[in-house]
Write a protein that binds this ligand. Structure first.
Ligand code: PRX
Length: 637
């Protein structure tokens, strides 16, 4: 365990890992309390100072406009474009020739690197092409790709011209993709012939073709060639990216559009408690300031670093901390096409050694997965370049935390356990490198934020009591609304606890003010850190001809954190069988994507319901775990 180096640090309760003297000496931020105090006293002043570190075409009139709560606005009157700060501003400095992106293919045979200069060139080319296809400011573009540099170019190209990207995770299947294209009314889809996943090809273009049979809004499809498979191309609609690049229109500079701070940057679909996934809206100005500032303070990013966020660009973690945050900070990022275990569970450690990665940011599910294969795999590699580690996506169990700390970080590297959400856009509860750590806790809220644990009535609960996690202050990277559904935005996040943001998580706070996330309180299941709604799994099941009714719950899973368990009531004429159960599991995977494949399907005669007909998943969950069923007074006879 590291020693307590900083004499000013107050003694904390429980198992505490104090930062070493070396870590404290290196940290950009020596005095956490002082910055926290400054932000507490003057929230707008704190964020204005952060925003002033970036370039604006015109400065804002007002930092925070809260005249129409909960529709908060940030940096109103400001003129900006996030791409100007991600790329353009670096071209006038030594960073022009600095590496922005290093990429390695799954099989390790290809390596591609892009300086800021080269990144600018590629983004200009992509932007020229999508503009030539008639995409204009405010239009939505769906991006459905694997982990290749072109996904980064595509996102930035949209942002550069003021179009709104909607990235759909490349592991989702036809129905999920189609629903998201339809809801966003995208004009253009950017995809690939296929992507690699553990040595196999995921047929992205074929999935797009299926989805587009029911999506009339789409006029054009750009297809990046990656795997070289023969894919059908519809004349007039589908265009190979390499063919477009060869056209004169691709050349030359594409101006970075001057936008309002509050203009939308992207929408990103995520699962909620009920119904279909909803699109979270993020903006150019506030999101830019929030992702810039959090990455700077929390991972202490600087010019010498080689940052690796091992998430997928299809999730918010990839948006904020593969694409925007690192580029805003002028950092060098590494992006790996594959996963941690293929072909062997040392794939990541090879990359850390080969590229001299200094900061690794990943999810507990990956750590638990790697842990199973033992220490010999990481121990084959020189991991001494690492100086900080990070975790995100779900609570990290102390056992996995300690393994990560000891085996990967060699007891030198503090672990930044960052709690946040698609909706928050940026880290919300997180340490910084010099903060003493407790395994399993994300420590305290980021500067300018106050979190609270409340009961069912919204009253604050005592220390160490479990309750609902709420956030008290607005923050610049906050979601602005749900795309096309402002009422749902208000109801979902702001009506249960007036004046406070309801996170949907349960948590505790200890006597040191450290927060401990327990999990979701709504009908969201976290499978390997991926967020899925019970409602989506259930409607996938019900779309099968044998199924009359279905319920899905999340239960503890050793590696995935949670696994999906389902209960199915069959239609007349269908009989339960192991084959049918298997068929239904596959049916869900086909409809939603492989990550949503249920662990099991149980056939039942009846589902517990309230008198008004709502399925009581809480009761199913308690039964499955052998726990008391709680208040069942509303259960129908
Ligand atoms: O339950 C919390 C969990 O992930 C949820 C948000 O999921 P999503 O929008 O997909 O974003 C994930 C990546 C930012 C939260 O409501 N969660 C996220 N990070 C943590 C976490 N739970 C515990 N500890 C974390 N560090």
């Amino acid at each position: 365990m590291a020693t307590k180096a900083n004499g000013k640090v107050k003694e904390l309760e429980g198992e505490v890992y104090y930062p070493s003297e070396e870590v404290v000496a290196q940290a950009r931020l020596q005095d956490w309390e002082a910055v926290a105090e400054k932000a507490r006293k003057d929230l707008e002043g704190f964020w204005a100072d952060e925003a002033n570190e970036l370039e604006w075409f015109k400065k804002w009139d007002k930092v925070l406009d809260d005249s129409n709560k909960p529709f908060f606005k940030w940096f109103t009157g400001g003129r900006v474009n996030i791409v100007h700060n991600c790329i353009d501003r670096h071209l006038n400095s030594y960073r022009k020739n600095k590496l922005a992106l290093i990429w390695e293919s799954e099989d390790g045979k290809l390596e591609r690197t892009f300086s800021y200069h080269a990144l600018n060139r590629e983004v200009n080319r992509m932007a020229n092409i999508i503009k030539a296809m008639g995409v204009m400011k405010g239009d939505r573009v769906t991006i459905y790709m694997g982990r290749v540099p072109e996904i980064v170019f595509a996102m930035l190209a949209c942002a550069k011209i003021g179009a709104v990207h909607s990235v759909v995770f490349g592991g989702f299947s036809v129905d999920s993709l189609q629903g998201r294209i339809e809801d966003s009314e995208s004009k253009l889809v950017i995809t690939m012939d296929g992507s690699y996943n553990n040595g196999k090809v995921v047929e992205l273009k074929r999935t797009v073709d299926e989805a587009l049979k029911r999506c009339p809004s789409v006029e054009n499809v750009i297809v990046v060639k990656r795997v070289g498979h023969d894919v059908p191309m519809e004349a007039g609609r589908d265009h190979w990216y390499h063919d477009m690049l060869a056209l004169p229109i691709a050349n030359g500079k594409c101006p970075t559009e001057v936008l309002d701070a509050e203009d939308p940057l992207y929408i990103l679909y995520t699962s909620g408690s009920t119904g279909k996934p909803k699109a979270i809206v993020h903006t150019h100005g506030g999101y830019m300031v929030g992702t810039y500032s959090t990455l700077k303070y929390v991972f202490d990013i600087n010019d010498e670093d080689r940052w690796w966020c091992a998430a997928d660009p299809g999730w918010v973690t990839g948006h904020s901390y593969i694409v925007y945050g690192p580029l805003l900070n002028g950092a060098t990022s590494f992006m790996f096409e594959g996963g941690p275990m293929f072909p062997y569970p040392n794939r990541w450690w090879q990359c850390v050694e080969k590229y001299g990665i200094t900061i690794l940011y990943t999810a507990p599910t990956a750590i638990r997965g790697l842990m199973r294969f033992g220490e010999a795999w990481p121990n084959k590699h020189d991991l001494s370049s690492l100086r900080l580690l990070g975790s995100v996506g779900e609570p990290i169990n102390p056992e996995a935390w300690k393994w990560y700390y000891r085996v990967i970080g060699k007891e030198r590297c503090p672990i930044m356990d960052t709690w946040w959400q698609t909706e928050t856009g940026m880290f919300m509860i997180t340490p910084t490198p010099s903060v003493p750590l407790k395994p399993g806790s994300g420590t305290r809220p980021f500067f300018g934020q106050e979190a609270e644990i409340v009961d069912e009535q919204g009253n604050p609960v005592a220390d160490d009591q479990e309750g609902y996690l709420v956030l008290k202050n607005p923050w610049p990277a906050m979601l602005r609304t749900i795309y096309g559904d402002p009422d749902r935005y208000v109801n979902q996040y702001w009506s249960k606890n007036p004046g406070k943001y309801t996170t949907g998580d349960s948590a505790k706070r200890d006597s040191d003010g450290y927060f401990w996330i327990i999990g979701r309180v709504d009908d969201v299941i976290k499978v390997s850190g991926h967020r899925l709604g019970t409602a989506e799994v259930e409607s996938a099941l019900v779309s099968h001809p044998a199924v009359a009714e279905a319920a899905a719950i999340g239960l503890h899973h050793e590696v995935k954190g949670q696994g999906i368990h389902t209960f199915v009531l069959l239609r007349n004429g269908f009989a339960p069988s192991p084959e049918l159960a298997e068929e239904l599991r596959q049916h869900v995977a086909t409809h939603m994507g492989p990550i949503a494949r249920p662990e099991d399907v149980k056939f039942v005669d009846k589902l517990p319901k309230t008198r008004s007909g709502k399925i009581m998943r809480r009761v199913l969950k308690a039964r499955a775990q052998g726990l008391p069923e709680g208040d069942i007074s509303t259960l129908e006879e």
